[in-house]
Design a protein around this ligand. Structure first.
Ligand code: CMP
Length: 136
């Protein structure tokens, strides 16, 4: 039975700065994801703070929000069967050092902060995050 889902993906400033956005988009497409909407934007720190509100109590919150707003990012809605989980698998572990070979973070990530991509961690958060960037 099919389980078509949408999830939110962000190509973070470290990857956009290195012109890796097209390569990363190819990895998504080659793994069966359809990019149903995308835009390259730069957000304000206050928007990053809202986006990452779930991490507000974490010691890395301030740095994380400064970083996400430090340069252009590509935000995308990805669609496929089991998109949320499959995107997390394709991204790999949060810390590129722990990510498996073949994952995006292993291939392109520089550090736990500059880990090249963000992906929604649940179907519920995917809906919230998609709505955050694509309200229409
Ligand atoms: P992301 O999937 O975008 O979600 C929150 C981000 O916080 C995460 O990727 C990391 O880039 C960043 N981060 C920084 N330090 C930590 C940490 N100690 N644990 C988890 N995430 C961290």
């Amino acid at each position: 039975m099919s389980n078509l889902e949408k999830t939110l993906s962000i190509i973070k400033p470290d990857a956009v700065e290195r012109n890796l956005d097209d390569e990363i988009k190819e990895m998504f497409k080659n793994n069966g994801f359809k990019i149903v909407n995308e835009k390259k934007i730069q957000i304000e720190k206050s928007e990053a703070e809202q986006f990452y509100k779930v991490h507000e109590t974490k010691p890395f919150y301030n740095e994380l929000c400064s970083y996400l707003s430090s340069g252009p990012i590509v935000v995308m809605i990805l669609e496929k069967d089991n998109a949320v989980l499959d995107n997390r698998k394709l991204m790999g572990a949060t810390n590129p050092k722990d990510a498996e070979i073949g994952t995006i973070r292993k291939k392109y990530g520089l550090s736990i902060d500059k880990n090249s991509v963000h992906g929604s961690d649940s179907l519920e958060n995917a809906a919230t995050e998609i709505n955050f960037f694509f309200k229409d």
